[in-house]
Design a protein around this ligand. Sequence first.
Ligand code: FES
Length: 627
Amino acid sequence: MRWLQAPLRGGFMAAESVFNRAFGDRLNPLYHLGTISFFLFWVVVASGLYLYAFFETGVAEAYGSVQSITERQWFAGGVLRSVHRYASDAMVLTMGLHMLRHFAFDRHRGFRWFSWVSGVVLIWGVYVSGINGYMLPWDELAQYVITASFEWLDQLPGFGGTLMRNFIYPDSVSDRFFSLLSFLHIGVPLVVLLLLFVHVQRVPKARTNPPRPIMLSLVVTLVVLSLLHPALSQGGAADLGRAVTSVRLDWFYLPVLPLLDRWSALEVGMLLVGGTLLLGLLPWLPPRRRAGAERHLTVHPSTEAIALRDGETLLEAGLRHGVPMAYSCRTGGCGVCRCTVLHGQVDPGPFQPGALSAAQRARGEVLSCCATALSDVEIELPGAQAAAPAPGRYAATVEAIERLAPEVIRLVLALPPGQRVDFRAGQYIDIVLDDGAKRAFSFANAPGPDPRIELHVRRIPGGRFTTQVFERMKVGDTLRFEGPLGDFTLRDGEQPILFVAGATGFAPVKSIVEDAFARGVHRPMRLYWGVRKPSDLYAVDLVRGWQREHPNFRAELVLSEPDPAWAGRRGLVHEAMLADHPDLRGHEVYVCGSVQMVQAAVPAFLAQGLGEDACFSDAFVPSAVPP
Ligand code: FES
């Protein structure tokens, strides 16, 4: 089994690394195979409901109604027929890959047996529903699928020829039987839906929707494919008076039927039953994990010892016990779930090298979504994740919306009289959207007597909340949020401070710098602010003002895109800082920007002498997890 798992795992890791480079870890479809399958199910249901409204379930009418849906309203019913078909094909593919990935990474044993076995049953449910779907257009393919399937079933013990009696002569197919086929095409998916929810029950904090950009791209791909290569009926209407001699089979769904021409019904039956049993029993097949003594996980500063289930990752155990651990991909690709092992031994598990640097590994950090315990383990989460008290919940009014740059808006939020948020400069809040999803934004103002909150919002193409801010938000609107959160705050010390900010990563830096000025911090401070183009430097006058008024503060503005009118510095902002500081020993660095920027910058800083305990970062993770 290991011999099989190792190359599969290597293949997945290589493919995921390529996809990470292409889409970024947040939108890597291989990290969302389960949720994509879930989403495709809804696409199949929605398109199927439309088709059902126009489908006639009588034997004489079925073929004609499907043709009419396809041809007369090709722009709606025709496209949706193809979307329905391709989404169910894609669902089989993503479910298969989802299962294969869990097998490759040995995530199907122990307590995961339940999800695995329910997944095997689910695949069968989807197949039965799909094969049933081939029968409804009542074309030549339907005739072949019905006769081949029912002839086969009739030869198995139990049916005794009762099914094929309905298909010997054209007259033997009754409307009632045909209505039964249609009813099954609704009933079986309902069972599949129930099973889908059962399937995720044992997964702590399971998500059932992929990120929106993935949903959108899936829908666009399905529609484009449907327009370019529509799914059509094969041949004319089914005619039981003549045999079907040639059909094109969809290998996703119908690989078994041609086998019946070569093997006996019993052999094919044994292949399917045996294959299903083998799949279902995989969690208990060798190599068995050696059951050791019960292990425990302690997440500092809590002293509670969580009993670990066999094969359970640290993240799964923590989430199961309600520990607020940060995560995103759950597959070792993004690095959001980093934690430090204080005591005990862990197997770090397989992960992408970019998610955890060698320096981080050397300091005892692991990815909690991949690591499993080899003994009792004590871990510490980065910053104040675990130690912070539960964030407060607030409802604020939008007091001002100011366009700072074409792509940046300053939002000012006012709390009800008497309320205020006690935060530290550099922390952030989670804006809570209508469906409970969260978006993290740093405080851009320093803490002080004014209870209002300033946020800098940069437009993210397709971003739900940022689109709302840029296109629909009005003064007086209410925003719900939770906070304060995070630990990207200025440490006490004497070392010179270097800030490296990318785009609106300037917001928490502004908060920290203004707070430092207000508190009379005289340590040398140097800001490197990197943006794409001059218009993105939305607070350049403010920065120049700081420079004039505070001799301990200097700023470097760096543009990453070429601009002939720009005489200042160019390139990547962290490289500009590295060029000015060939030796970072004795400095303290605060870096804030996109995940990609932080992931590129931090290892480079450490390689240039920066102490590991003197590097603080805050990466934008545009999802419902703390950065
Ligand atoms: Fe992404 Fe663990 S690496 S959540």
